[in-house]
Design a protein around this ligand. Structure first.
Ligand code: PEP
Length: 304
């Protein structure tokens, strides 16, 4: 538990902060053989090598494809490939981990095993795992703490369900999820943590795309929760990205919102070309850094 010693911001004050680097990830979920994974990574590397975009891109293959994805990434970074020409970075993520370091946990994967596959990012608490695999706020919290302790960057998924939305408790749900997930972490650690706001009603085939303005409002609720638990600085450093039926067409709308730091993409990025298109559309719509403002809540008309 952390006490919030930082002075709270003035009532209604907010800071437009574009200092956080854009983060765009894609989970392949239960898709792709090793050969398909290698081809995807090769295509993505080719594009990144020539791209000027300043973005953190992260792919989350299934466990079985992590070694080959890692090998493909390493070959992209071979001497002579001039990685310094690339402003962006491409990281390897895993879709889950156990909080214990080893032992009798059939079917589970530890942080050490992920590090052994050159994984640097781990997804925790996806809505599907909360709904279908018994993931709880407490297990998410334990996984986040173990990930950080092991040197992995956690991407912690939070999101309201259709019922939360229907009964008007979505903000309470995501605030609770965020506070519990981050409970064991020091404020200084939050610069390496990503919160992915993915409402259950927006995810997957049949999901309803969330309006950018509604996502922005929820991201501010999330940042308020982090401010309450970990202080102002941590709330400004943590990256909050959004997911659920994100594609190249709706990515620009999210890019224009100041509390949205990036995207977590599913179906639209199942091909490398699809992922690249989402990244390009998002980055093209980002407002110039010098147009940022410090203002008061409600004073939003000239933000973009
Ligand atoms: C997801 O489930 O995290 C996700 C973003 O999926 P989709 O984009 O396919 O809705």
């Amino acid at each position: 538990m952390h006490s919030n010693s930082a002075a709270p911001p003035a009532p209604g004050a907010f800071v437009m902060n574009r200092s956080r680097r854009s983060w765009i990830g894609t989970s392949w979920k239960m898709n792709k053989t090793r050969a398909e994974a290698a081809a995807y990574v090769a295509e993505l590397c080719d594009w990144m090598r020539d791209s000027e975009l300043d973005v953190s891109a992260v792919i989350f293959p299934p466990f079985t494809a992590l070694p080959i994805a890692s090998a493909q990434l390493a070959s992209c970074r071979a001497p002579g490939d001039a990685p310094e020409r690339t402003r962006g970075s491409l990281q390897l993520g895993a879709q889950n981990m156990h909080w214990q370091p080893r032992g009798a946990q059939t079917g589970e994967i530890s942080a050490e095993m992920l590090l052994d596959c050159d994984v640097s990012v781990v997804e925790i608490g996806h809505y599907e795992r909360r709904e279908n695999c018994g993931e709880t706020d407490r297990s998410v919290s334990m996984k986040a703490a173990s990930a950080v302790a092991a040197g992995l960057e956690p991407v912690i998924c939070i999101g309201d369900s259709p019922d939360d939305r229907r009964y008007g408790v979505a903000a309470e749900t995501v605030s609770r999820q965020a506070k519990i997930a981050l409970h064991g972490l020091e404020p200084e650690a939050l610069g390496s943590v990503v919160l992915a706001y993915e409402p259950g009603w927006a995810i997957g085939a049949g999901g309803t795309q969330a309006e950018a303005a509604d996502v922005e409002a929820m991201h501010r609720v999330i940042r308020d929760a982090v401010r309450a638990s970990h202080g102002q600085e941590a709330a400004e450093q943590i990256r909050v990205v959004c997911g659920g039926s994100v594609d190249a067409a709706n990515a620009p709308g999210y890019a224009r919102e100041t509390s949205i730091d990036g995207l977590f993409v599913g179906r639209a990025a199942l091909t490398a070309a699809g992922f690249i298109e989402v990244i390009e559309q998002y980055c093209a719509a980002l407002p110039a850094a010098d147009s940022e403002l410090v203002g008061a809540e409600g004073d939003t008309d000239d933000r973009h």
